[in-house]
Design a protein around this ligand. Structure first.
Ligand code: ADP
Ligand code: ZN
Ligand code: ZN
Length: 700
């Protein structure tokens, strides 16, 4: 959106007319329209109202007070109830929502309403039998959970690099985006804490975004301690998708009323109302969990930068492996680059070694070198981490005589062999379908079915046989399904009750393990040749992150990567801990072929029972610019690639295809998308497909 367009839209939202008897309301419906209603008393913009919509009632938000309504006055219905249990949504927040709606091509109501706690947008919470004064009133009557007193934690003194970073951030007037590039274990958290304290002391609030909260429970505790005074923990609210409705409402009210001064949250917290916002921190900014993958497909990192700019406050993006998007901005001087080049505790980064597995005898996927290294760490009383990005027992089960493979009935994918409570079953990782293990091959009748390859469960089983005295734990999506189980498992690792940890990417992120000496990586090569152009970037980041868990406190850490392609540049850069070199080459390659961050993309995906219909819709969508040249004035600057089926074409009996739109000119792409997103719903109805339009897709 151009600045002038944006300003016009924002002005619209700020327009307040105290005498208005009409209100324009947005609702959580997938239509690009507003609805006008009549009110007895004027209500300010940002007020929540209950309105009739068709035959039902809905909660909506007033976004305008039009002088004249869009319909004839006698066709306009009355607002049913004006909700006043929270103050109107502030104008700057509405402006932020309007930006997100415009940028991601969704109706404003689909941004505003889902960002509110569920009970504030449910008619039944106000007008039901048990509504008793509304959700806010009910919550206030309930007992508050006691604030657990926590002892203050002494801070390490900052080292010179940390100090320089804190001072540079403190010196920022108004908005600036800072890219804090710090090697793993360099003490980025300490920099965030100092920067946050400065802001809190000036009476402002801090938004602290993290990719995942359950995986890093220590962070919450440590922030509570460190951001408060010696006996007063900082009033800190936590927001993530695992909260109950009541917990979410409580956190929302705490930060919105200013009672909480820090909001620690996952991506959805970017939509919180923070009246005295003074600083936004985005930890592990490269992490793909900042991207929402359904509904409004936003990037919380990108929105954080916009929000910081609009609110005139600094934004700190921190990472050991920044996204190439952010790195490019830092190189061009658009972002302020601050670097922490050394580890805070153990001065040395771990030694990284590639083990060439092409000519080695492997034992259950382990090279003799890796097994020796695990053994050595056990003898020294140190922990080892075996990293494998594949959960389950084995990726597929196969017939020994005819080669038949277990396949999902509903997807074009193999079913994965799993073990739960001592028994095996098959499970599809795409649709969740589960089936028992067949007694014999359905094609040839041979009962000899064999697991092929290995996942974390099989690795865990093998290690338990190989090292019978070692205490082994597995952390993956299966072992942490129960609420609180991830926290428990990590607590055991931190308490030294685990000798060998087997895990997926869940263990790679942010953990500060004190006694972990060795990291072994299995199966890294599977990501090396993935089709997505971001695959090398993601592989490099993941390997750097997981390597960074080794030897953080004592030094002497070691990383062993097993690979058939040790000479690949990703591995070579990893060996040198050379993010800067990796990023330089990767950016040059992207620039040479005109890929992001040197181009902008949007992905149109269509779903139907029949692939042909999805492809037909996409082909027609591709032709719209030729049919309506006026509405698509910027189309010549946009490349529309041909529709293609997805690699896994069928999931849960739905077939999927996609079309990529790309341009070297962001404004042109957005003008195009605005026209497109108005035309697509009609076309989709006509072709009887479902579609999603994703802006800045991370996976293609
Ligand atoms: P990062 O997030 O950059 O990977 P952390 O913030 O987890 O690193 O810090 C790594 C470890 O170093 C932590 O145990 C932290 O307490 C410690 N640490 C941070 N700053 C210092 C310092 N200046 N002196 C000593 N230890 C520090
Ligand atoms: Zn067979
Ligand atoms: Zn399936």
């Amino acid at each position: 959106m151009s600045d002038s367009e944006y300003a016009a839209r924002a002005a619209n939202i700020a327009e307040t007319n105290p005498a208005a008897c009409w209100v324009r309301v947005v609702l959580d419906v997938p239509l690009f329209s507003h609805y006008d209603y009549r009110v007895a008393q004027p209500v300010p913009v940002g007020t929540r109202v209950i309105v009739p919509f068709g035959r039902r009632k809905m909660v909506g938000v007033v976004v305008e007070q039009p002088a004249t309504p869009a319909l004839e006055p006698d066709q306009i219905r009355d607002v049913d109830e004006v909700l006043t249990d929270t103050p109107p949504l502030p104008v700057d927040w509405l402006r932020f929502a309007a930006f997100a709606a415009q940028y991601y091509q969704r109706p404003l109501g689909e941004v505003i309403l889902p960002s509110l706690p569920a009970s504030l947008r449910k008619v039944s919470a106000y007008q039901g039998k048990r509504s008793a004064g509304g959700p806010v009133h009910r919550l206030k009557r309930r007992k508050q959970p006691a604030i657990v007193p926590v002892a203050a934690q002494p801070s390490p003194g900052l080292n010179a690099e940390q100090l320089a970073a804190v001072e540079a951030i403190g010196g920022i007037k108004g908005h600036r985006t800072v890219l804090l590039h710090g090697v793993t274990g360099s003490g980025k958290t300490e920099v965030y804490v100092h920067a946050a304290r400065d802001v809190l002391q000036r009476g402002k609030q801090v938004l602290f975004l993290v990719p995942e909260i359950n995986l890093t429970p220590q962070l919450e505790q440590s922030l509570r301690r460190r951001l408060g005074g010696p006996d007063s923990p900082a009033p800190l609210a936590v927001m993530h998708s695992g909260l109950s409705e009541g917990e979410r409402l409580r956190a929302w009210l705490a930060i919105q009323s200013g009672e909480a001064r820090v909001l620690l949250g996952t991506r959805l917290a970017i939509f919180a109302q923070i009246p005295e916002l003074g600083l936004i921190i985005v930890d592990e900014e490269h992490d793909t969990s900042y991207k929402q993958q359904d509904g409004l497909r936003y990037s919380a990192r990108d929105l954080a930068v916009w929000r910081g700019h609009d609110s005139r406050v600094p934004v700190i993006l921190g990472s050991a492996t920044p996204s190439l998007e952010s790195w490019k901005h830092a190189q061009s001087g658009h972002y302020l680059l601050l670097s922490l080049t050394k580890r805070a505790k153990a001065v040395a980064l771990p030694a990284v070694r590639m083990v060439d597995t092409r000519r080695l005898p492997l034992e259950h996927g382990f090279s003799p070198q890796l097994l020796d290294a695990v053994n050595e760490r056990l003898e020294r009383g140190q922990q080892s981490l075996i990293f494998l990005n594949r959960r389950g027992y084995a990726p597929v089960l196969s017939c020994a005589s005819c080669g038949w493979l277990t396949q999902c009935k509903r997807c074009t994918a193999y079913t994965v062999l799993h073990r739960a409570r001592g028994r095996h079953h098959l499970q599809c990782h795409h649709c969740g379908y589960q089936a028992p293990v067949p007694r014999a091959c359905p094609d040839c009748g041979d009962p000899d079915l064999k697991p092929m390859g290995r996942g974390t469960q099989r690795i865990e089983e093998f290690l338990a046989e190989k090292f019978p005295d070692a205490r082994i734990a597995r952390i993956d999506a299966d072992s942490t399904r129960r609420k609180g189980s991830a926290e428990q498992l990590f607590a055991r690792v931190h308490a030294g009750e685990v000798d060998i940890l087997v895990g997926t990417q869940m263990v790679a992120k942010g953990h500060d393990f004190a006694n972990l000496g060795l990291v072994g990586v299995l199966n890294a090569d599977t990501m090396l040749f993935a089709q997505d152009f971001r695959a090398p970037e993601r592989l490099f980041a993941q390997l750097m992150q997981v390597s960074g868990r080794a030897g953080r406190h004592t030094g002497g850490g070691e990383v062993i990567v097993q690979t058939d392609y040790p000479e690949q540049s990703v591995y070579q850069a990893l060996k040198r801990h050379d993010y800067v070199g990796f990023a330089k080459v990767a950016l040059e390659e992207r620039e040479a072929v005109g890929l992001p961050p040197y181009a902008w993309q949007a992905l149109l995906m269509a779903e139907s029972r029949e692939l042909a219909r999805a492809l037909d819709f996409l082909t027609k969508a591709q032709q719209l610019p030729q049919q309506f040249a006026d509405a698509y004035a910027t189309a010549p600057a946009v490349t529309l690639y041909d529709p293609v089926p997805l690699r896994i074409v069928r999931v849960a009996n739905v077939e999927r295809a996609q079309l990529l739109a790309e341009s070297g000119n962001r404004a042109a792409l957005h003008a195009f998308l605005t026209a497109w997103s108005r035309d697509l719903p009609g076309l989709a109805r006509q072709c009887r497909v479902r579609f999603t339009l994703e802006i800045d897709p991370l996976e293609i």
